[in-house]
Design a protein around this ligand. Structure first.
Ligand code: NAG
Ligand code: NAG
Length: 448
């Protein structure tokens, strides 16, 4: 799917161009493949079947649905909420980019499987389930989610065991999604907003880090700070309601917490650059634009990069960090900050994953893509064939093609390794595809 676009100039510059539209559609299939619970009739990834139908809260509440996190089958609420917020953000800001790719309907469904689950998980005004499945028990199993029998306890936050980051990010996700569904399904949209407001109050009135309350999550997704999510939630609630109380809250918390002095970042844990982008957009104030410009200029000029130019932010999942950064940079360009050079930089990051790094790093796409992603369910042959740790250890490619999944990515020297056991560079995750997905819509619709 690679063509060469040649600019007629004295130097006859040739640039690789990728079929972003196809990638944008394929990337949504990752969410289809990760669905938990009872699958919808229009499920596209048909090798997946119903699973985890007994996920229950501590009082028997129905917690089926949502998404499995990564190569495993735990439902981790914190990175999932961030995934939903970022997917909804892309749909809110770029419906034309989705529509031109024919991906609007699938994009909305990807958000809705998450938000339907959050509505179930929010079992009382100050009670939210933030994890189903125990990390170590889950990770001791390799097989199909349809076959798993391990204990899947459910963990929650409440007034005595709070989690402002988890409740705040979930509020942000529901508020952002309420905008996605506002015209299409007003009653669902209102429902999302009601829960978002309650969750924000819960987050703000009972402060603490969710990973101190849901301690099983602390081995996998420890939160560094809950304050960025509080501001984030208030900013999304303002965008969803136009109620200036939320804007006042967002801006005063931003100043009170000194977010202007924090390092930039936009990941499952760090929301500070997302906050500043959103506040810049909603208020048009220079201070927020300056904060974003400073972060993006740092990324472009000073952040460590691989020899081939990929942002190197962390050894774990280099590509999702680069994709998150690309999304931030594209948003900054849309605010009118150095639009041309910023878009070129973002495109370069995404193009690396699509093949410019030397091979495609998106499953089922382009040149020499990964065929051994660290992903249990796609590694398994069709039931009833055995699927276990011998499947994991076997050199054969994953039985099913997990089309559209962005793998972790290269090391600092651009070295990739298509090995199933390498969860640092060859795992996939709902969160990995989220920034990537939302960066693709503006690239496919408007180019650079
Ligand atoms: C908020 O106000 C803007 C500008 O007037 C408008 O476009 C938007 O639809 C409003 N949103 C809501 C949720 O009322
Ligand atoms: C990357 O290359 C440098 C220089 O050759 C080497 O010192 C370093 O160990 C390499 N890093 C990895 C992760 O392989």
């Amino acid at each position: 799917m690679k063509v060469f676009v040649c600019l007629l100039s004295a130097l006859a510059l040739c640039q690789a161009a990728y079929d972003y539209t196809t990638v944008q559609k394929n990337s949504l299939l990752l969410y289809d493949a990760h669905r938990s619970g009872s699958l919808p009739a229009d499920q596209k990834v048909t090798w997946r079947k119903d699973s985890a139908l007994n996920d229950r809260g501590q009082n028997g509440q129905d917690l089926t649905g949502g998404y499995y996190d990564a190569g495993d089958f735990v439902k981790f609420g914190f990175p999932l909420a961030r995934t939903a917020t970022v997917l909804a953000w892309g749909l809110v800001d770029d419906p034309a980019g989705y529509a031109s790719a024919g991906a609007l309907d699938d994009g909305r469904k990807a958000v809705k499987s998450a938000t339907d689950y959050f509505l179930k998980a929010h079992t009382a005004a100050t009670e939210l389930y933030g994890q189903v499945g125990e990390g170590d028990l889950d990770h001791a199993f390799w097989g199909r989610p349809e076959d798993m029998t391990m204990w899947r306890p459910a963990y929650k936050i409440d007034a005595s065991n709070p989690g402002s980051d988890l409740a705040g990010e979930t509020a942000a996700a529901l508020a952002a999604a309420s905008i996605v569904f506002k015209a299409l399904d007003p009653s669902y949209s209102n429902d999302l907003l009601t829960h978002a407001k309650q969750l924000f109050d819960f987050a703000n009135n009972y402060r603490g880090k969710y990973s101190d309350s849901i301690t099983d999550a602390s081995s996998f997704y420890t939160s560094c700070d809950y304050r960025d999510e509080l501001v984030w939630a208030a900013a999304w609630l303002y965008r969803a309601t136009n109620d200036s109380t939320y804007l006042n809250t967002a801006e005063s918390l931003h100043n009170q917490f000194g977010l202007q002095h924090w390092n930039g970042g936009f990941t499952w844990d760090a929301k500070v650059s997302g906050v500043q982008l959103l506040l810049a957009k909603l208020t048009n104030k220079q201070e927020y634009k300056d904060a974003i410009k400073s972060y993006v200029d740092y990324l472009i000029n000073a952040q460590k990069k691989t020899p081939k130019g990929l942002l190197y932010i962390d050894v774990w999942g280099t590509l999702r960090h680069a994709a998150n950064a690309a999304f931030v940079v594209l948003q900054a360009a849309d605010l009118g900050i150095s639009a041309v050079s910023y878009r070129q930089f973002a495109k370069k990051q995404i193009d690396y994953a699509l093949g410019d790094g030397g091979r495609s790093l998106v499953v089922g796409f382009g040149n020499n893509p990964p065929v051994h992603p660290h992903h249990a369910s796609s590694s398994c042959p069709e039931a009833p064939a055995v699927c276990d740790w011998s499947t994991y250890s076997s050199p054969v490619p994953n039985f099913h093609v997990l089309r559209g999944a962005l793998v972790g990515g290269p090391d600092m020297n651009d070295t990739t390794c298509d090995t199933r056991s390498d969860y640092t560079s060859n795992e996939v995750a709902c969160d990995y595809n989220a920034g990537f997905q939302s960066a693709l819509a503006p690239l496919s619709a408007r180019g650079v």
